[in-house]
Design a protein around this ligand. Structure first.
Ligand SMILES: [Zn+2]
Ligand SMILES: [Zn+2]
Length: 219
């Protein structure tokens, strides 16, 4: 499986940076986009820079309603009307109705199987409520988080019910309990993470810099 970072606060030289997070997961029976950054233009630019088009997206999973994770959604749905979109019930009714006009909408608060080896955590209560994505492969469980508003510890606890944690990639909003990351082989703290320098210092072998344009291969 490959994870293409399609949106992030930092970007490689050929890619566009912007506040937010998005990544495209390929290698399964469908291509899954997790979150959509803060706007569509840079998102689509980055997707195309990787050699994909919006028509290569089969499924979109949104973590939470914040603009920096949903901003690019409708630009994608306008171009490709054949996408299945997974949200949870704490998104607004208006937002859900707008999606329904352009896509196949799936609403679930429980952990949901997206593909054979990709699952949502289900909604974790926070401000705002958020779901993360779990990918299970031979290496273990790869966790993709939007902002981690419910707390990285709670998200990892759900991930652990699927197996050993192999990687966590995404925003670690306000998360400072860095000790609990110690056995994770790949730590891709990015986007809104406040303690990236400390993570880098504590776990130089596991820390993985994440920018738009990066590709993470998971065996
Ligand atoms: Zn965010
Ligand atoms: Zn957020």
């Amino acid at each position: 499986m490959k994870i293409y970072i399609t949106f992030n606060n930092e970007a490689l030289p050929d890619f566009k940076a912007g506040w937010g997070f998005s990544c495209l997961i390929t290698g399964g029976e469908k291509n899954v986009l997790f979150d959509t950054g803060c706007e569509g233009r840079a998102l689509i630019y980055n997707i195309e820079k990787f050699g994909f088009t919006v028509y290569n997206i089969d499924v979109i999973v949104l973590s939470h309603h914040h603009w920096d994770h949903t901003g690019g959604l409708f630009d994608l749905l306008t171009l490709n009307n054949n996408i299945e979109v997974f949200i949870h019930s704490t998104f607004s009714i208006n937002f859900a109705n707008e999606i329904k006009k352009k896509a196949l909408l799936r609403i679930s608060d429980e952990s949901k199987k997206i593909l054979d080896n990709i699952f949502t955590t289900g909604v974790l209560k926070a401000d705002p409520d958020e779901q993360s994505l779990l990918m299970t492969t031979d290496s273990g469980v790869t966790v993709l988080s939007g902002c981690s508003h419910p707390g990285v510890d709670r998200i990892l606890d759900v991930g652990k019910t699927f197996g050993n944690i192999y990687a966590i990639i995404g925003g670690f909003h306000g998360f400072a309990d860095l000790e609990i990351l110690k056995d994770i082989p790949i730590i891709g703290a990015c986007h809104c993470s406040q303690y990236i320098d400390d993570i880098k210092m504590l776990y130089p072998d596991s820390y993985r810099e994440i920018r738009a344009g990066d590709i993470i291969e998971i065996a």
